[in-house]
Design a protein around this ligand. Structure first.
Ligand code: T68
Length: 836
């Protein structure tokens, strides 16, 4: 059997190639074939799709490993400064296609699989994506890992290997239903477990203080529990370079000693229980974005991965033969929001308690190591921990934070003498009926750099949430506008647009996105416009098919695709969008022959499982859809689709098909947004408020190529201060009133007038995100967009100009700014030892 199959397999490889590293079609075929035998233990006749997926994945992984080993070796031999990105979330998306693109072998693998009688797309669709993040923050971390490698910057990403990632969303009867995301069930070919690389992490217990023989004051933390963190490494390859960085995710386990202790004393149950408690720490990702839950397990997760990561970095540092005092020379650590901010206290603990540094020396090293990125202005998202709860998990860190705070406030008091409000606002410990720890303040005090994620956001940080910090240390502040990787969000997800662009301006824009500017020269070219809109149409047809398969809804690819995809949140105002849908629907009902631009409203996004209002918004969208989609008067001119289970894979199909990008958050609430960038890059026009990065997108694409509406952040703040009365807006606008009355009366819910009561009351009497205040302006602006869509040529031009001018929003630009301004790291090119 084997003989026979080998006959049909690849021919003799050339001398410089082997089946593990060769990039030719023949080498790849041989590799896939070998893996089918020697990794999966199958032959073609009985191989499943998963067997082929695994065989290909391992073939690709071999090629990554060659580059990975070379990178690690080069970093250690050359003693280069390393960036550590600490993030509780990484929303990576599927690896396979991305690695093929970055290796530059997509075409070759396409041919190799074809020659083996299998379809590459069929295998790509098999991959279960690692959904180890909630939304923008986690996805940003993934884009940054891609750019770090592409720019050949030595970097390690540290995080948690959640056994269950973000839940899978199903829609049943219009409601969101959550299902666990068991992403590891078929194994994960992209990670390597480094069993030998593990650290112990203490939790709970108490601290003993004593004076040692040398008369030195010492602290001894006696934990209630010790867990072990095991490293799982995923190689992250840059685009067409050899640099392959490491994403190191920690899995929690019970240390071996535990089993023995309890087992020997006959308490088997206890041993098993302890094992479960330990394993629970990295079990599941908390599914909340933009809120914090204050749960013990969440704090344990944060501390667990931070402690493992710092021990790991210190190990790397000391193995180089360098002194602990010079740690900050070798490492810059970026805190992705406050989730890993406990690292500042942990660093102090390690330096003072474990490495015997004096406090001032330890503090000097710490504050030269860390930098902090803030991702939100929403007060409910600012992390605090109840002090007692904190002390029960991290008793030693509580002492250290008191000491950090005491010394810090001593300094501050001299500067702001007598201003108790300022002192309270800067204090790391909050006072009230119960004391609490303010993680943002810990992050600010312990970092040498603080940044926001878009120009407006950074300005608002300086003038509101972190105002007193800005007054105290303005030199620490800078803006780093977010970016997204064009490799995943154009090359991978929109290959046709990629070819069209490259046919005009070559391929170097993929690494230098500013070069898209050259497309401006073709914006008026009728032939190019036609080709451009032709690609858009094809991508719309692909999405039509997906939507039909997933939801049973048939949509028209000629209609305007109005795309609102992101986490469901009141501040993102999916309900403002649905109110607009209802208004259009009512216009048709009033006059069925009205001239109206056919539209498809496409929504997607997950709601945090405990967020009632967000879940109600999903139900409302689906309820409105049910009526609108099935009303014969509408004659298919309007369609409402809720695309279930929004994740990276689904986003890749949605973005390329969008005509209009909906970015309608209440001004001042969206820190940056990154979906806005991906959509505009793919040639969608934006309708948006002056919020987050929208401001900068509008600046670069030109105001004539952007549909602006709504209150500004300043106006929002002013209105709030003066006393905002949503009910007045409701009475004033007939279309708005009718839409809200219909929702309330059960028009969209089989006459059930109770379902949406909370949502309606909230809008009429509170409306914290000023939906009603912006409604009129939104509807008017949407009319302009519809009108513009009818002029195909001018729309094509605007679409081309959007893509052409989005160069700024490559994550390569963001990472370059972090490297130059904050981390002070340089790129290092990695060479392969070519054996000939
Ligand atoms: C997002 N934040 C911002 N948070 O909302 C978005 N939060 O404007 C920005 O573009 C993006 O970060 C990247 O900077 C989040 O996604 C979370 O997901 C989150 C998760 C846990 C706790 C709090």
């Amino acid at each position: 059997q084997k003989e026979k199959l080998e006959d049909s397999t690849p021919k003799q490889l050339s001398q410089s190639e082997d089946a593990r590293t060769g990039l030719s079609v023949e080498a790849l075929k041989k590799a896939i074939f070998n893996n089918l035998f020697y990794v999966q233990g199958k032959y073609p006749e009985i191989a499943t799709r998963n067997d082929y997926y695994m065989s290909l994945a391992y073939a690709v992984r071999d090629r990554l490993l060659q580059r990975w080993v070379a990178s690690v070796k080069q970093y250690l031999d050359g003693r280069h400064r390393i960036v550590s990105y600490l993030s509780a979330e990484y929303l990576l998306g599927p690896h396979l296609a991305n690695n093929l693109i970055n290796l530059g072998i997509y075409k070759e693998v396409e041919q190799a699989t074809q020659e083996l009688g299998i379809n590459l797309q069929w295998l790509l669709d098999k991959e279960v994506e690692p959904g180890l993040g909630n939304g923008g923050l986690g996805r940003l971390a993934a884009c940054y890992m891609d750019s770090l490698a592409t720019l050949e910057v030595p970097a390690i990403g540290y995080g948690i290997r959640y056994q269950f990632g973000i839940f899978e969303q199903e829609i049943r009867n219009g409601w969101q239903v959550e299902d666990t995301d068991n992403w590891l069930r078929r194994g994960n070919p992209w990670e390597i477990a480094r069993r030998e690389l593990n650290y112990e992490v203490k939790l709970g217990g108490y601290v003993q203080h004593y004076i040692d023989r040398d008369g030195k004051f010492r602290s001894n933390w006696i934990p209630e529990l010790t867990v072990k963190g095991v490293a799982y490494d995923t190689p992250i390859l840059g685009y067409k370079v050899n640099t392959t960085n490491t994403l190191r995710l920690w899995k929690s386990e019970a240390p071996k000693s535990f089993d023995f202790q309890s087992f020997n004393s006959g308490n088997y149950n206890n041993a098993v229980n302890q094992k479960i408690v330990c394993e629970n720490i990295s079990k599941v990702l908390y599914p909340n974005d933009e809120t914090v839950s204050g749960k013990i397990l969440r704090l344990q997760q944060q501390y667990f991965f931070v402690s493992c990561s710092l021990q790991d970095m210190i190990g790397i540092h000391l193995r180089q033969g360098d002194k602990i005092e010079d740690f900050n020379v070798n490492f810059a650590i970026q805190l992705n929001d406050t989730h890993p901010a406990i690292a500042i206290a942990e660093m102090m603990r390690l330096l003072v308690d474990e490495y015997d540094l004096e406090w001032v020396d330890a503090w000097r090293v710490t504050t030269r190591t860390f930098a902090y990125t803030n991702h939100t202005l929403l007060p409910e998202a600012l992390e605090t921990w109840d002090l007692e709860l904190f002390g029960s998990v991290l008793p030693r860190h509580l002492e250290l934070i008191y000491e950090i705070n005491r010394r810090f406030l001593d300094e501050v008091t001299i500067k702001v003498f007598g201003n108790n409000n300022k002192i309270n606002s800067l204090s790391i410990i909050g006072e009230g009926p119960r004391k609490f720890i303010k993680m943002a303040n810990l992050a600010c005090a312990g970092s040498f750099a603080i940044n926001g994620v878009a120009a407006l956001h950074t300005d608002l940080l300086k003038s509101t949430v972190l105002k007193d910090w800005y007054a105290l240390c303005p030199e620490k502040f800078s803006n780093k506008t977010n970016g997204v990787t064009p490799r995943r969000w154009l090359v991978l997800s929109n290959p046709k647009l990629t070819s069209l662009i490259s046919s005009k301006i070559g391929e170097s824009w993929i690494k230098h996105l500013e070069e898209l500017k050259q497309l401006e020269a073709f914006a008026d070219d009728p032939e190019f416009q036609l080709a451009w809109m032709g690609v858009k149409y094809e991508m719309k047809k692909i999405l039509c098919n997906r939507i039909l398969n997933k939801t049973g809804i048939k949509i028209n690819p000629d209609s305007l695709f109005d795309v609102h995809v992101k986490r469901i949140h009141e501040y993102k105002r999916q309900h403002l969008n649905i109110l607009h849908v209802i208004a259009l629907y009512n216009r048709i009902k009033k006059n069925p022959d009205i001239e109206i631009v056919p539209r498809t409203f496409i929504y997607a996004g997950k709601a945090a499982p405990g967020y009632k209002m967000a879940k109600l918004i999903i139900k409302l969208i689906n309820s409105v859809g049910e009526i609108v989609n099935n009303d014969p008067d509408v004659r298919d001119r309007l369609k409402v689709v809720f695309y279930p289970n929004y994740n990276v894979s689904n986003a890749q199909v949605i973005y390329p098909a969008a005509d209009l990008s909906i970015q309608i958050s209440t001004a001042g609430k969206e820190a940056s947004g990154t979906g806005n960038m991906k959509l505009s890059m793919n040639g969608a026009l934006t309708i948006g408020t002056l919020d987050g990065a929208n401001v900068e997108i509008r600046e670069v694409v030109g105001e004539e190529n952007f549909f602006l509406f709504g209150l500004t952040a300043e106006e929002v703040a002013k209105k709030k201060k003066e006393g905002y009365n949503p009910y007045g807006y409701y009475l004033e606008n007939e279309e708005l009133k009718m839409a809200i009355d219909q929702i309330a009366s059960g028009y969209f819910s089989h006459l059930d007038d109770t379902i949406f009561k909370d949502l309606v009351d909230n809008l009429l009497y509170h409306d914290p995100f000023m939906v009603l205040a912006d409604f009129t302006s939104y509807v008017t602006c949407q009319e302009k967009a519809a009108l513009a869509f009818q002029d195909k040529k001018s729309w094509a031009k605007m679409s081309i100009l959007n893509t052409a001018r989005m160069g700024k929003f490559s994550s390569d630009r963001s990472i370059r700014e972090y490297c130059d301004d904050i981390w002070k790291v340089k790129s290092v090119s990695v060479h392969l030892d070519v054996k000939d």
